[in-house]
Ligand binder design. Structure first.
Ligand SMILES: [Zn+2]
Length: 192
């Protein structure tokens, strides 16, 4: 599957959708995609969000992007233990390449890819239309609990952690009603 995340404009009005030319052959263009809220809450280790903050600051003013490693600790409740840095993009765009996903081949044990993260340096915590498309096709239809984390490395608190939000996408392709929903999230200050 081609993973693309590009033209992430501030106003989200890039005016065109990504083409997922290498998309899952089981999905035809006529297939109706229905997504509902699957993940109830997300807990992230302080160390993980700290690392993601640091990666995002280092990439400024460009966006940084990466993957989230974790597991389902209770039904519909995710624990994220690690943010993996993948690449940086442009000031308002960033993209995954096919090879970027191979980092997960290196993961051992019970952890797996529970979503992705990227930074919006100074332009707010939300998912653009492109982000929504990326999240649906590369993550949420692959694993229903997948979440998207957006961080703002310009807005760093006194604890050294960037302001951040977790999202999932709900809606269906028939009405083209996809939208993002913010999830409840918690910080775990223990070290694992
Ligand atoms: Zn974005």
């Amino acid at each position: 599957m081609t993973k693309k995340h590009s033209q992430d404009n501030v106003d989200g009005e890039e005016g065109k959708k990504n083409s997922f030319d290498g998309q899952d052959p089981s999905l035809t263009s006529n297939e109706i995609i229905q997504l509902k809220l699957e993940t109830k809450s997300v807990t992230i280790l302080q160390q993980a969000i700290q690392e993601i903050t640091n990666f995002s600051i280092k990439s400024m003013p460009k966006e940084a992007i990466g993957l989230l490693s974790g597991r389902e600790i209770r039904p519909k409740e995710l624990m994220i233990t690690k943010g993996i840095y993948v690449t940086e993009g442009e000031e308002y765009s960033v993209s995954f390449s096919e090879d970027d996903f191979q980092v997960f081949d290196q993961l051992a044990g019970p952890e797996y890819c529970v979503g992705w993260w990227h930074s919006h340096p100074g332009f707010g915590l939300f998912l653009s239309q492109t982000d929504i498309t990326t999240h649906i096709f590369s993550f949420q239809i692959v694993h229903r609990l997948s979440v998207a984390l957006v961080v703002d490395p310009i807005a760093v608190g006194i604890d050294g952690i960037a302001k951040h939000k977790f999202f999932q996408v709900v809606g269906d392709s028939q009405n083209n009603s996809f939208r993002y929903v913010e999830l409840a999230s918690y910080l775990d200050k223990s070290s694992e």
